[in-house]
Design a protein around this ligand. Sequence first.
Ligand SMILES: Cc1ncc(COP(=O)(O)O)c(C=O)c1O
Length: 353
Amino acid sequence: MELKIIEPKTKKAKPTGNLGFGKIFTDRMFVMEYANGAWGNARIQPYEPFVLEPSSSVFHYGQAVFEGMKAYKNEKGEVRLFRPRDNFNRMNDSNDRICIPRIDVEFALEALKKLVLLEKDWIPTEPGTALYIRPSIIAVDRALGVHAAHNYIFFIILSPVGAYYAHGLEPVGLYVEREYVRASKGGTGHHKVVGNYAASLKAGEKANALGYDQVMWLDAKEHKYVEEVGSMNIFFVLNGKAVTPELGGSILPGVTRRSVIELFKSKGITVEERLVSINEVVDGVISGKCTEIFGSGTAAVISPVGKICYNDTDYVVGGGKMGELSMLAYNELTGIQTGKIPDPFGWVMKISD
Ligand SMILES: Cc1ncc(COP(=O)(O)O)c(C=O)c1O
């Protein structure tokens, strides 16, 4: 498929100071449309608003998916993507689940590389910063009625983002949610479908109001097994082993989660993917068998957990400090992503003109 380039007439000033997360967007975006049974009209064009009719299906039935990944630039100006193929493959899994036509992963990768290179001056280089990449697909049929749409827009926008941790790697507090659920088996929770996030907001607000950073979700059926955290997967260090909930059909298969598992295994650290009950975690924290808890996800990479609240009681984990395996995962993953340390796994895609 041809990829057209439409250059912006004017360019924005590059940001200075604290970038925050997802507030600034670059000059260009990638857009492709699905109509008459095929993806086409692929182009890199100026970042600008879409004109959509109020009847557009995405507004009524939420048929939309998205992805999140990052590009990094080092002092030599080398640009790197981290496992982008995994994100586009996951996007196709999400597409299948909610009847959106699949995208051509190799074409999407080529378009992304081209877009990121055109916007490479927007990639920040301060430690911890990156260019966040947000691919999305929305249904745009101009008609009401609950059925899969026939028209879609696939777009990729880019946002320079600041260091997730403004003051070093600060452990977060998690609120174990017992009333609301995020996902159930057979639903859409293990795909990156937009409705999942709307459904999670209420519990997130509740956790924040109670003074916690994010929600720790339990399974929908028994409210017994830990699933994941707001926008991260979760790991426990229990009896010296890294334990993470198995992907049972209601947990998002995180690219960072997969990378932590592969990294730990390569270092001889035992990793167990299995059911983890909240009682096992709480008992482990009380007895000292659970020495670390950390979240994994694109935004923070690794997020140490300093305390969890279950049944109105706070349990402090690892003295409220970041543990050894959490630190190892953070240093190795961010080192590989930014090119500071070699990538023996073939995860990094180096891109250049
Ligand atoms: C619900 C949820 N779980 C886990 C993750 C972590 O996934 P990844 O490591 O691919 O960013 C994310 C972020 O994408 C998420 O939204």
